[in-house]
Design a protein around this ligand. Structure first.
Ligand code: ADP
Ligand code: MG
Length: 470
């Protein structure tokens, strides 16, 4: 007898669980479902892909009755997640017959109003549209008793918090609160106490996230060559693999999709400026495996459950450390294997360090993977990337094989200036040791200066210029 059976869940729900082929509850389900069924408030934290939706979904489905008035509301940060959560609840209710309606922006308001007025037992929505529908009188929150936040830390951050408070005020009969996420920063935990009653905290003891078994790698690479690395990662993808690439801006998402296309790598992109219909269509094509590569902003960082994602790429590193955990958590779901690559330029180095130390993660730097056997040309060629080795003043340090005894700084600098016919200002500081001389050259001329130095002899010797990485 499984634990699901021992719980003596409502039969429709138990049947649905069995017909989905679920054998046992996951840990978060095991810990939180019994408490939630008793009516307790819960703050639930568990790693990405560990079945949090059912952890709050099952008790909600059990408590609600088919009455045609909303008895529970679940709020999510993105439209796609609202759709996914409502679909998951639909599967979990089996034949119970509750009306589960998703309410989110970018869709026809009139149509949605009609659907709602035909009766609704559970609302799954994004805050903006829920507020809209409530203000317009299409949604009545009066009879709601169970209030739930998925991705709760995001819902309680500065961006959403005022909306959440507005909604809470419209729920006079709020009896139970269920808050779930993979991450709960301290400042958010404090806020949860303001809206909850004696909540049970179901979470890892040390409040450190526990991260699924995802292999993490970082590649040190300048912005100009991120696409080259991406080409390599795509070339190395397994045949049935799927890749989710994150970028920080909508504009970059478009650029990456376009440039991959130019190099014969088909990818689609989603971000917040696209029409909702298109977003949904692309995402469903990705979920079904028809699209292999999806490029996205953080709209796709949280919650999305796509079995097939084998590789997550951070084309750039997110500014906030929680986002990293959620991004990489799109792979490695339910104990599957996954890998996450971070492309780390000069600008990203600080973020990576912060992420590593916040979560106690080892993210080793590795070489860009080789091309797979049988492939002899890079999908995208590697370029010189001088900006990556320049400091904030635009100076690149090069090392010359000539020491203190062999030349003065002045003589060397005069020689470079005269040979390359460049203004003196192009040369910056010079430092000498017994064997070597480090010369700063401005990024605008460095490639050319290096070529000149390579081509000439200085007092009969080769200077062998080498770039010093910063
Ligand atoms: P989370 O919200 O923790 O990231 P999800 O709720 O999206 O995770 O669940 C991840 C996947 O695991 C979903 O595809 C879900 O259907 C599946 N799942 C959830 N609970 C179980 C279970 N007890 N047994 C098997 N699969 C499960
Ligand atoms: Mg989730």
């Amino acid at each position: 007898m499984s634990i699901f059976q021992k719980w003596e869940l409502e039969s429709d729900i138990l049947d649905a669980i069995i017909s989905r082929g679920w054998d046992e509850p996951t840990e978060i389900q095991l810990d939180s479902i019994p408490l939630a069924r008793k009516g307790r408030d819960i703050v639930g934290q568990a790693k990405t892909g560990s079945g949090k939706t059912a952890a709050f979904g099952i008790p909600i489905l059990e408590r609600c009755k088919s009455q045609g008035v909303p008895q529970s509301i679940i709020l999510c940060p993105t439209r796609e997640l609202a759709v996914q959560v409502s679909e998951e609840l639909e599967l979990l209710q089996g034949k119970k017959g509750l009306k589960i309606i998703s309410v989110y922006g970018g869709t026809d308001i009139e149509k949605q109003a009609k659907i709602l007025s035909a009766g609704c037992d559970i609302v799954v929505g994004t805050p903006g549209r829920v507020i809209d529908m409530t203000k317009k009188g299409h949604l009545d929150l009066e009879k709601i008793s169970i209030f739930c936040l998925d991705e709760a830390d995001r819902m309680l951050d500065m961006g959403f918090f005022p909306d959440i408070l507005w909604i809470i005020e419209k729920i006079p009969n709020r009896e139970q609160n269920l808050l779930f996420s993979a991450t709960f920063p301290d400042e958010v935990l404090n806020i949860t106490e303001e809206i909850m009653n004696d909540a049970a905290h179901v979470m890892s003891d040390d409040l450190e996230v526990d991260i699924p078994e995802i292999d993490l790698y970082a590649v040190r690479i300048g912005r100009a060559n991120k696409l080259w690395v991406l080409g390599r990662l795509i070339a190395n993808m397994s045949e049935n693999g799927q890749m989710l690439i994150f970028s920080n801006t909508k504009r970059m998402v478009d650029v990456i999709v376009e440039r991959l296309g130019k190099f014969q790598m088909k990818a689609v992109g989603i971000h917040g400026d696209m029409p909702q219909k298109k977003r949904e269509k692309l995402l469903s094509n990705f979920k079904s495996g028809n699209e292999k590569i999806l490029v996205a902003t953080d709209v796709a960082a949280r919650g999305l459950d796509v079995d097939g994602i084998t590789v997550v790429v951070n084309y750039d590193l997110p500014d906030d450390t929680e986002a990293f955990v959620h991004r990489i958590g799109r792979t490695g779901r339910m104990g599957r294997k996954g890998e996450a690559w971070s492309l780390v330029s000069k600008e990203d180095k600080g973020s990576l360090q912060k992420i590593g130390s916040t979560w106690g993660l080892e993210i080793p730097f590795v070489e860009t993977p080789e091309l797979p056997d049988g492939m002899d040309r890079d999908p995208v060629r590697k370029r010189d990337d001088w900006d990556e080795v320049a400091d904030s003043f635009g100076m690149v340090k090069i090392n010359l094989k000539i020491g203190l005894q062999d030349s003065t700084k002045r003589a060397l600098s005069d020689w470079i200036v005269s040979q390359a016919k460049i203004p003196e200002i192009i040369i910056g500081e010079i430092n000498q040791s017994d064997e070597n001389t480090e010369v700063e050259v401005h990024v605008a001329k460095v490639a050319y200066v290096i070529d000149v130095i390579k081509a000439r002899d200085y007092n009969g010797r080769k200077l062998k210029p080498e770039i010093i990485e910063i």
